[in-house]
Design a protein. Structure first.
Length: 101
C-alpha cells in the first residue's frame, strides 16, 4: 500500500504543536480522502475536530501525539467493524467518517 503524502505533514504538525501549541490538523488524507483519527497520550481516539480542540490542553497526556488513517470505505468493513466495534471518537462519540467519495 502506498504511503499517503499527508503522513509526513501530520507528524510535523504534531511535532510543531509540542513546541508552539498551535497547529491545524487535517481531517482527511490526500490522495483518497480517507479520514484521519488522532490518538492522545492516554490512548484515547479523537476525531479531527476534537483533536484540534484538545491541542491547547494544559495536560500533555490529553493532547494528540499520534494519528491513524482509516483506509476502509462504506463498501468494505475494516477488522474493527467486523469485530463489532466501529471507530468512534472518545470525546464526542461520533463515528470517524468513512472515506470521501
Amino acid at each position: 500500500m502506498a504511503k499517503c503524502k499527508v503522513s509526513h505533514e501530520i507528524q510535523q504538525l504534531l511535532k510543531d504543536n509540542r513546541v508552539s501549541g498551535k497547529a491545524t490538523l487535517p481531517a482527511f488524507a490526500f490522495p483518497g480522502g480517507y479520514p484521519i483519527g488522532y490518538v492522545t497520550g492516554e490512548c484515547a481516539v479523537l476525531c479531527s475536530g476534537c483533536a484540534q480542540d484538545s491541542l491547547g490542553d494544559s495536560i500533555p497526556s490529553f493532547v494528540p501525539n499520534a494519528y491513524f488513517i482509516d483506509h476502509s470505505d462504506e463498501g468494505e468493513m475494516c477488522a474493527s467493524e467486523q469485530a463489532g466495534s466501529p471507530i468512534r471518537c472518545d470525546e464526542c462519540s461520533e463515528f470517524i467518517d468513512y472515506a470521501l467519495r
